[in-house]
Design a binder for this molecule. Structure first.
Ligand code: FAD
Length: 459
């Protein structure tokens, strides 16, 4: 069997690449070691976490001020919640299988191992092996959770993102190690389901990618629900029958905390050293990322790499865009992957979303920028909906007033960010945004009003 393109890994990078290559008339083999397609994102990442956050949002609504309507205390049926998570995942992964079939993409299930620049051995679950030959290959084998040497992983009270999504039980007190997006989203789910949450973060703020002023709004909204410990390192986890004893180290010294569960969410590491990739000769950096150029091509000219296994943010939409680029380059198109901005969203309550340049980055790189903020306490829609804990911020070039970055915190911030991602890609200025009519009363009106603040047309 010889295919025009072999895609290794069926996450958002891999399936996007395979489908685009097939749509461009190439014969495609898609290799996936698990039984379902969709990778981390669909099976144990973006999608199941959002299904649980949807339910957490419903629970949370019940104890927020409801302006004259009172709700009874929610009762929680964990089986039904797990069922919602699983049926969401199943709907999407089954769709992928149908879409692959509809495009004549040959799907192979098994562990792939490159044996040359034009061949891969497939080790199937039934122990059989098969060789697949190809003209070009796209590596999309993703990343895995970082494991720390001092964590007693065998203890069932130690969770990673994957096991946390299973909701086996709701601990009384959970320590979340790592204040990144994944840790905070899972903290939000468990808090809504009844856990007391302590977040320990090594850096000087949680959500390190976002500007502090946005994060502060999130922290204030959650200060009665979670404890945030920054500049705090977990140095030891001792498993006792009655509790896990955590040793925390901060500027004041060492202290101990007893909890019922620990969620380890300290980041992810790329899988670049797997699947015979180093032996094949593709350049890999010391951290395990496969090196690529703007066409997503590795140092082996007919081999491409995309997604979490390459540099850049570990996000599904970055992986799928790279997948399209790699497939189009292989089909002979003159394209490259050079986005102006890749959006990031924490689907917490409230949501925190940012895109392009942040004020933190501008400061670090001495880029002269200004920022304009519209507080949601002045938004008619936010006041009417009781969601005034929010703000919309634009970061723009001090001279040209071109928008370089944006951050939004508040209800539906992730949905509101789309307009600003487009503005940055299109090189829009504050004036372009002020001249765009935003519907009243809406939350996205805050984008237009932030631009007016920057342009000086409102104060
Ligand atoms: P993956 O999705 O990791 O897919 C790689 C695939 O390759 C896997 O299916 C794996 O089984 C397969 N594979 C690996 N090696 C082999 C081999 N040798 N042979 C055969 N198959 C192999 N991102 C977002 O953008 N938004 C979110 O809201 C979001 N939420 C997340 C929540 C959680 C809990 C987690 C863990 C991640 C989340 N992410 C989110 C990150 C997102 O899941 C990843 O960025 C994305 O899945 C990367 O896609 P990928 O195609 O590079 O790789």
């Amino acid at each position: 069997m010889k295919y025009d393109v072999l895609v290794l890994g069926s996450g958002p990078g891999g399936y996007a690449a395979a489908f685009r290559a097939a749509d461009l008339g190439l014969s495609v083999a898609l290799v996936e070691r698990h039984n379902t397609l969709g990778g981390v994102c669909l099976n144990v990442g973006c999608i199941p976490s959002k299904a649980l956050l949807h339910i957490a949002g419903k629970i949370r609504m019940a104890d927020e001020p409801s302006h004259g309507v009172s709700f009874v205390k929610p009762t929680i049926d964990l089986d039904a919640i797990r069922q919602h998570r699983q049926s969401t995942v199943d709907a999407l992964t089954n769709n992928l299988a149908i879409m692959a079939k509809g495009r004549n993409v040959a799907v192979f299930h098994g562990e792939g191992q490159f044996t040359s620049h034009h061949s891969l051995t497939l080790n199937k679950v039934d122990q059989e092996t098969e060789t697949i030959e190809f003209e070009s290959a796209i590596i999309a084998i993703g990343s895995r959770a970082i494991r720390l040497p001092f964590i007693p992983y065998d203890d069932p009270r130690i969770l990673d993102a994957t096991s946390a999504l299973q909701l086996k039980r709701i601990p009384k007190h959970m320590l979340v190690m790592g204040g990144g997006i994944i840790g905070l989203e899972m903290a939000t789910v468990y808090q809504a389901l009844g856990s007391q949450i302590t977040v320990a973060e090594l850096g000087d703020q949680i959500m390190t990618g976002a500007d502090k002023d946005l994060v502060r709004v999130f922290e204030n909204a959650n200060k009665d629900r979670m404890t945030f410990l920054t500049q705090t390192q977990v140095t030891k986890v001792d498993a006792h029958p009655e509790a896990l004893t955590i040793t925390l180290q901060d500027k004041d010294g060492e202290r101990h905390l007893d909890v019922d569960a620990v969620l380890v969410a300290v980041g992810r590491t790329p899988n670049g050293r797997n699947a015979g990739i180093p032996e094949m000769g593709a350049d890999i950096d010391p951290r395990g990322f496969i090196m690529t150029n703007e066409q997503c091509q590795t140092s082996v000219p007919n081999i491409y790499a995309i997604g979490d296994v390459t540099h850049g943010p570990m996000l599904a939409h970055k992986a799928s865009h790279q997948g399209h680029t790699a497939a189009e380059v292989i089909a002979g198109h003159k394209v490259d992957f050079q986005p102006m901005a890749i959006p990031s969203i924490a689907y917490t309550f409230p949501e925190v979303a940012w895109v392009g340049l942040t004020e933190n980055q501008a400061k670090r790189d001495s880029i002269k920028v200004k920022s304009a903020v519209f507080p949601w306490s002045a938004s008619g829609r936010a006041i009417a909906s009781g969601v005034t804990q929010g703000k919309t911020k634009l970061i723009y070039d001090a001279e040209s007033q071109r928008v370089l970055g944006a951050g939004i915190v508040g209800s539906h911030a992730g949905e509101l960010l789309g307009e600003l991602t487009l503005a940055i890609e299109f090189g829009a200025t504050l004036e372009d945004i002020t001249l765009t009519i935003h519907a009243h009363p809406s939350l996205h009106e805050s984008v237009g009003l932030a631009a007016e603040v920057g342009a000086g047309t409102i104060t």
